[in-house]
Design a binder for this molecule. Structure first.
Ligand code: NPG
Length: 371
């Protein structure tokens, strides 16, 4: 692909309802979109970093800076022709910044697939027309409020619920939601690293609640702590923040730190590495599911394609658009009879509404090839 021009756009989308986790509250999603132009086609990518470094060390201003100062120039310097499969290697000299790298790689991949007429789903090796998603419900001020939100999502047709938990908001709210939904409804919890090894006995009490899994209770670096927890509880331990590559997935599984993996392409540096994480897990019979980071329609389209790979055996955090946004940069994704349609057209399979992007953009930069 000859990349002629790369544009960065920071867009702001107000959330329908504030989203609270153990690490903070989001009321607006600010996302960096990457737009590449080649003679054959354009391509779009989305960076899943947030405004502040609360979920992980990455955040928008850092992603913007590393993209504009280092990653985009390195990509343009990689030669007149660069294949989507070579983007990661061209960016590898720069440590970390996986979410920023993933966004750039996705934009190049989208342009390539649009020019060859292949869908991202087909390219990644997925199959099927629809994905059955779950919904992730934030922490609320009261348990009654939580119950009302969960009941509304169940009535909309979501077939799996994930509850955010933190110290002081765990056993009791989860117990109440379990009795609301009944013993068989798929229910899981996510702590976003809010606990420590001293809480292992407390966390083990979640075993009574019939959960699908407990996600990332301990710190990102604490693989041994998760292995200890996994020995002490019967509920499967799932890792999110700790898994930053196929290598860490392999190691975490090897030492018994998790028996389920949440795959987020941004967290691991791109959809190609996400596929490698999937492959590593599948070879070890470890089920995976697709995580979400309040993506716009760009990231959501890509996640739907990824979630159709065969090892994605659990519902992912890929809710319908209206769960987060009144207006999006693509046409909305709707929940119909409990599932969402996977785009099949070339590339991401969605048209990005340039007028909406321009209206929502609060910052822009562009770099063109010198010759
Ligand atoms: O449906 O997109 C979604 C959100 C799912 O809970 C969700 N995401 O910790 O996984 C997470 C959490 C998150 C949101 C993380 C925003 C970081 C930023």
């Amino acid at each position: 692909m000859r990349i002629e021009r790369v544009e960065l756009l920071l867009v702001e989308l107000p959330l329908v309802r504030a989203f609270r986790t153990s690490f903070g509250t989001e009321t607006t999603r600010a996302a960096i979109l990457v737009h590449v132009e080649t003679p054959e086609a354009e391509g779009w990518g989305e960076c899943v970093a947030s405004r502040e470094p609360l979920y992980s060390s990455e955040f928008n201003d850092a992603a913007w800076s590393v993209l504009s100062e280092f990653l985009v120039p390195a990509l343009l310097a990689a030669g007149p022709d660069v294949a989507a499969e070579d983007v990661a290697e061209a960016l590898a000299p720069f440590k970390g910044h996986r979410m920023a790298k993933a966004a750039l790689e996705l934009a190049v991949l989208d342009a390539k697939l649009r020019s060859t007429g292949q869908s991202l789903q087909e390219y990644l090796g997925g199959s099927g027309d629809r994905v059955t998603p779950g919904v992730s419900v934030g922490i609320t001020d009261t348990i009654d409020e939580l119950l009302a939100i969960v009941a509304a999502h169940r009535d909309e047709g979501y077939r799996r619920v994930k509850l955010k938990i933190e110290p002081g908001f765990d056993l009791e709210p989860v117990r109440r939601v379990r009795s609301l939904l009944g013993p068989d409804f798929p229910l899981q919890v996510d702590a976003n690293t809010a606990y420590s090894r001293a809480d292992i006995d407390h966390l083990a009490q979640l075993d009574e609640l019939g959960l699908l899994l407990v996600e990332q209770p301990l710190a990102e670096e604490d693989l041994l702590g998760h292995a200890e927890l996994a020995r002490r509880m019967s509920t499967p331990v799932c890792l999110d923040e700790s898994i930053v590559s196929a290598r860490t997935a392999e190691d975490a599984i090897e030492i018994g730190a998790c028996s389920v993996v949440n795959i987020k392409a941004g967290r691991v540096g791109g959809y190609l590495e996400a596929r490698r994480v999937h492959d590593v897990c599948r070879a070890r019979n470890v089920p995976v599911w697709c995580g979400g980071m309040l993506e716009t329609g760009i990231g959501r389209a890509a996640n739907l394609a990824l979630a159709t790979l065969p090892g994605f055996l659990l519902p992912g955090d890929i809710s319908a658009t209206d769960r987060y946004y009144r207006e999006d940069v693509t046409a909305p994704f709707a929940l119909e009879a409990g599932s969402i349609a996977v785009p099949h057209r070339p590339g991401l399979g969605v048209e990005v509404d340039r007028k909406v992007v321009d209206r929502l953009a609060v910052r822009r930069a562009e770099t063109s090839r010198a010759s």
